[in-house]
Design a protein around this ligand. Structure first.
Ligand SMILES: C[S@@+](CC[C@H](N)C(=O)[O-])C[C@H]1O[C@@H](n2cnc3c(N)ncnc32)[C@H](O)[C@@H]1O
Ligand code: SF4
Length: 380
């Protein structure tokens, strides 16, 4: 059966974290949630007219902070999805949550609405680091939220950010061991990225925020792999760790190059229409998206067919992030030409890639720290 995922974006947060460049906004007046809910339903209906007859295998409420949504809004969205498409019996429905006590108190309602997996943005288990990251919760509150998630959901995960200013491999090892002891089947571990147009970018450029140098960053990455592998949570993707079977199936839809729809402000989709793969994107600004949906029935501002080369390169770029790698035959079918065997041979000699017994091409442990260069080499 083919795989179809649905992403829904809730674009609001209680405060803007200084490192974050996601499409997330703070509103001092109350958000008109009923109006947003109606617009989500309209956009779901419009998308279903575009790609009818699909069976939805994964749904992901991302943000922003979708744990700020009322459970009734989440339920209305899920009802609408079920009215327009079939739902797979084993559908995975994830919602991203911030670990404040207010939001954790909503977990039961969110589960009753149909969500069966939560992903918590813990970010750090150290109060000084949380303050520096501009978070509104303490480590204690985050761990309490983890405990509530564990009690309410069979499947849950949490995120940490590492390679933070001043972080040593020793301190990170201790923090990560603590995290792993609290983890279930899944853990996301992101290296801090200094994103343009964020307060961290300005501080960093002014020398007021010093991130670990290259050697330290590498040591922090190596520590991450060693601690997680020893705990039975190996990386299945660059930043994502899981016990076998605990992988986030929605994110696998992206990395394996399957079809997905994006609903809500600034959501992206990849839709297969009329034998073509189309890249879609909606208006990013929440209120502008709302008005567009109210007048046109959808918020789509970009909808273009990708060329075979673009589809194949995207498949390579996304697929090589996975430990399982890619099927080179599928690349050849998408691109209309195989990957260059000489480039593969060179990268194999360098120890950066390998071919498995079942013919998958994958990046090795030595290749992952230089993944961008490996992909650039193969895609060229
Ligand atoms: C869209 S956020 C949603 C999570 C939720 N809003 C929260 O903050 O708890 C997804 C994750 O991306 C990660 N992230 C965001 N900005 C990052 C950055 N500049 N560097 C590394 N990780 C980042 C954080 O770990 C965050 O939990
Ligand atoms: S990290 Fe999460 S809570 Fe912070 S601004 Fe970004 S989306 Fe909002």
């Amino acid at each position: 059966m083919s795989t179809f995922g649905l992403y829904l974006h809730w674009p609001f947060c209680l405060s803007k974290c200084p490192y974050c460049d996601f499409n997330s906004h703070v509103r001092h007046a109350a958000v008109d949630e009923a109006r947003f809910a109606r617009a989500f339903l309209a956009e779901i209906a419009a998308t279903a007219r575009r790609v009818p007859g699909r069976t939805v295998s994964t749904i992901f409420f991302g943000g922003g902070t979708p744990s700020l949504m009322q459970p009734a809004t989440v339920g209305a969205v899920l009802d609408a999805v079920a009215r327009h498409w079939s739902i797979a019996a084993d559908v995975e429905i994830t919602l991203e949550a911030n670990p404040t006590s207010v939001e954790a108190s909503r977990f039961r309602g969110i589960r009753a609405a149909g969500v069966n997996r939560v992903s918590l943005g813990v970010q750090a288990l150290d109060d000084d680091a949380l303050r520096q990251l501009g978070r509104l919760h303490t480590a204690r509150e985050a761990l309490d939220a983890v405990a509530i998630a564990r009690a309410v959901f069979d499947r849950w995960s949490f995120d940490l950010i590492y390679a933070r200013p001043g972080q040593t491999p020793q301190a990170w090892t201790a923090e990560l061991k603590r995290a792993v002891s609290e983890a279930g089947e899944h853990l996301s571990l992101y290296q801090l990225t200094i994103e343009q147009d964020t307060p961290f970018f300005t501080l960093h450029a002014a020398g007021k925020l010093v991130t670990p140098d290259e050697d330290t960053a590498r040591a922090l990455y190596d520590t991450t792999q060693a601690v997680c592998t020893a705990a039975g949570l190996p990386a299945y993707e660059v930043s994502n760790h899981a016990r076998p079977g605990g992988e986030c199936r929605h994110n696998l839809v992206y990395w394996r190059g399957h079809e997905y729809a994006g609903i809500g402000p600034g959501a992206h989709g990849r839709l297969d229409v009329g034998g073509e793969r189309r890249a879609t994107a909606t208006e990013r600004r929440p209120e502008a998206w709302l008005m567009r949906v109210e007048s046109l029935g959808h918020g789509v501002v970009t909808d273009e067919a990708l060329t075979p080369d673009e589809v194949a390169d995207e498949f390579l770029l996304m697929g090589l992030r996975l430990a399982e790698g890619i099927d080179p035959q599928r690349f050849a079918r998408l691109a209309g030409r195989p990957l260059d065997p000489r480039r593969i041979a060179l990268l194999r000699e360098e120890g950066a890639v390998e071919t498995t017994a079942d013919g998958q091409l994958r990046v090795t442990a030595a290749g992952f720290p230089v993944l961008d260069a490996v992909v650039a080499d193969l895609a060229a």
